[in-house]
Ligand binder design. Sequence first.
Ligand code: ATP
Ligand code: ZN
Length: 224
Amino acid sequence: MQTERLRIAIQKKGRLSKECQDLLKRCGVKFNMMGERLVVHSENMPIDLLLVRDDDIPGLIMDGVVDLGVIGENELEEVGLERAARGEPSEYVKLRRLDFGGCRLSIAIDKDADYAGPQDLQGKRIATTYPQLVKRYMDEQGVQFSTCMLNGSVEVAPRAGLADAICDLVSTGATLEANGLKEVEVILRSKAVLIQRTGDFNQDKTELIERLLTRMQGVIQAKE
Ligand code: ATP
Ligand code: ZN
């Protein structure tokens, strides 16, 4: 279903939403965020913004439901692996890396535990929201492990006796420290990225995307 207006999925509320809205505004896209609406129409360009949970953005792109999306690479890769494992479409085009949303996905263990390398995680249970990325990393290392899937409070899992280690997003490390954990492996360095669905675009949309990308380049360079 090819719509006339360009559809861009962005996080409704969270760590990516403000910077994402600012970026679009600096690119000259005028819109008014009001209330709890799912779709916000730009006032000056043929663009509709879809305000959703970040978890939904990769799937919306991979199913071709929206044209563009802004998402953290961590979430994008996790969903891509999960969908590929289920035999669902997992393709997308990465248009550009953005200058916000920086974080790392890291394994952390009890701060007092000895650690010499990934082999020390052999047979351990790892609490995480990113089981696919953990599995990819541990398979690469040839280390057996089990998971404890948690969508929140991952950092308290070891203390609560639910897991031996965690794999979670870190930016400063303060949360780890507050929970008596130390970072031992970085398995992914992530930033927000602009992605596009695969498939055809009509001439108008192609030109609009090119215009947005050119402006984005200028906006991001001006900040550096
Ligand atoms: P939603 O309600 O949309 O599902 P969420 O709670 O899953 O939101 P946020 O905490 O807002 O997600 O994080 C969104 C993204 O921000 C993360 O997936 C990651 O790419 C990025 N990010 C940057 N720094 C951090 C950090 N310190 N902790 C967590 N995420 C971070
Ligand atoms: Zn989320």
